[in-house]
Design a protein around this ligand. Structure first.
Ligand code: F6P
Length: 539
């Protein structure tokens, strides 16, 4: 059980407040000028990955205090409790052991004293054999993953990220209950050569079941009822419900309730990834994540990438008051990474009740958002550079070309590196004025326009530079964030592994659905009633 002590009340937090006040007179660029060793001090190099946080508003003293905070807050103990299979998901009474899904036999993970690896490995082998068989068969040209949230975002993001390793059938994703999503995917597919994977931890999610039933009708109408079994597979921790849907046992892949939906892509939920990229790439993905797990468990706190990333995030949220966090991937193939991370982060740490059951009085999870670079540069970077609020950002880039064009890649990298520099350096009034003078502008125009062309700079960023966008790197990247999110939950004294905040909307949607279907109108406020009536003009 995690301690109920509030890490925000530790004495070191007061010291950090003082250090922040002291930092207000400084700039990141100024710190680089004052300290020739700054980059050396403020980066972590791991195999295939560089994490440069020297462009954050920190220095050696701040980092020392932040690490002391992690130490006194019991981050290492909490991490060990997670890996020991303790029921740290307290409100649901469950362990949190997604690390076991990428584990090996010698890792010896246990839940409640029961070893879990034999079962995990058996399901992994069965699922990978199924994936490779679908790839080898040739009779299936298209695979449609039907799921939502964690049963969609992770697999979809990874399939896109591994585009260059994908050689299997085309893999599509349907999540939205808006029928347009299913319709647009099915358009152009042949029921005779399409396989559906219904992915739902609970196998009760309205969107997924609605889409799955519609897909089943689509197959049955074209191929007959008896064809349904050949065209469906299911992934769930509710195996009996999956079987009830009519999917035969050997095509149902189960997982345990100690795997949270948003942390589940490493097991059978990743079936679509394995079908698209093959079992060898899937195993590489797991290896990358497991390497990050080892690093998280073994590296000292001060050189532990997930811990440092977590501390920097809290430093920006709680001490500087920055309420959002931008994720800027300089890789088109990572175009769904921000969407994936939104669920992983905001569904985990978007909480306001502490572990002792009372409301916390500090900020928790920031709004996570982002878009692939360079596209974002031509959309919202204006606000990042010159808006009144500061939005810290992670930039993610890859040394090896992401396409067959080295020219494209050099330009992509140049933009990523230059943006991080620009966020930090900014451009002073005198630099702007002398530039305008050199362009022959009049003094009147310089006085009028120069203020608009000034960049304050001093905008904090971290830069994650990977050798290449390989399955291993994707595994490392995702696992780094999973652990970073967990550490932040510990520091914020909240429970990161439940998601009660999604329930109310589900309850009310089912009540409104009854109203729309023509049942007796439930009692609502005037606005809600008017909206329901506007959508049911015949009632
Ligand atoms: O509504 C939120 C949620 O429960 C997520 O946590 C989960 O990833 C998603 O719905 C889908 O749930 P399931 O896999 O059970 O269909």
């Amino acid at each position: 059980m995690l301690t109920k002590m509030n890490p925000m009340a530790l004495p070191v937090v007061e010291r950090l407040r003082g250090l922040k006040a002291h930092w207000e007179g400084k700039t990141i660029a100024g710190e680089f000028e004052a300290d020739g060793e700054r980059f050396e001090r403020l980066h972590i190099a791991l195999p295939g990955m560089l994490f440069d946080y020297s462009k954050q508003r920190v220095d050696a003293e701040v980092m020392k205090a932040l690490v002391e905070w992690a130490r006194t807050a019991g981050v290492a103990e909490a991490r060990d409790a997670q890996f020991a299979g303790e029921a740290i998901n307290e409100t649901e009474g469950r362990a949190v052991l997604h690390a076991a899904l990428r584990g090996e036999a010698e890792d010896g993970f246990q839940v409640g004293g029961v070893p879990v690896m034999p079962d995990v490995l058996a399901v992994r082998e069965r699922m990978l054999q199924f994936a490779d068989a679908v790839r080898a068969d040739g009779g299936i040209t298209d695979v449609v993953n039907i799921g939502i949230g964690g049963s969609d975002l992770g697999p979809e993001m990874v399939v896109r990220a591994l585009r260059r390793s994908c050689s299997g059938p085309r893999v599509h994703f349907v999540s939205n209950v808006d029928g347009a999503h299913l319709e647009s995917v099915l358009n152009g597919l042949d029921p005779a050569t399409t396989l559906f994977i219904v992915v739902s931890k609970t196998f009760t999610t309205q969107e997924t079941m609605t889409n799955a039933l519609a897909a089943r009708r689509w197959v049955a109408d074209a191929q007959g009822d008896e064809a349904v079994g050949r065209h469906f597979a299911a992934v769930s921790s509710n195996v009996p419900l999956a079987a009830e849907f009519g999917i035969s046992e050997e095509r149902v892949f189960g997982f345990s309730d100690w795997v949270g939906g948003r942390y589940s892509l490493w097991g059978p939920v990743g079936l679509a990834i394995a079908v698209a990229a093959g079992s060898a790439s899937f195993r590489e993905l797991l290896r990358g994540a497991r390497d990050m797990d080892r690093h998280f468990q073994e590296a000292p706190l001060e050189s532990n990438a997930p811990v440092i990333a977590a501390l920097l995030g809290c430093w920006n949220v709680n001490f500087w008051g920055f309420s959002s966090h931008a994720v800027l991937c300089y890789a088109q193939d990572l175009s769904r990474f921000a969407a994936y991370l939104q669920q992983a982060d905001m569904e985990s740490n978007g909480k306001s009740i502490g572990r002792d059951g009372t409301r916390v009085d500090h900020a928790t999870g920031p709004v996570v958002w982002g878009e692939a670079g360079t596209n974002g540069q031509h959309a919202f970077y204006q606000l990042l550079h010159q808006g009144t609020a500061v939005h810290p950002a992670d930039l993610i880039a890859f040394k090896a070309p992401l396409s067959s064009s080295e020219d494209h890649h050099r330009k992509l990298l140049a933009n990523a590196i230059a943006q991080a520099e620009a966020f930090m350096k900014g451009k002073s009034r005198s630099e702007v004025e002398s530039g305008m003078r050199a362009q022959g502008k009049t003094e009147e125009e310089i006085a009028r326009v120069a203020p608009h062309r000034v960049f304050e700079g001093n905008r904090p960023t971290s830069f994650f530079l990977f050798d290449a966008l390989t399955p291993h790197a994707v595994g490392q990247l995702i696992a780094l964030h999973e652990h970073r999110i967990f550490v932040q939950g510990v520091l914020w004294n909240i429970l990161s592994f439940d998601q009660w905040g999604v329930e109310l909307g589900k309850e009310l949607a089912s009540s409104v659905l009854k109203d729309l279907e023509g049942g007796q109108m439930a009692r609502h406020d005037a606005s809600t009633t008017a909206l329901i009536q506007a959508c049911t003009p015949l009632r």
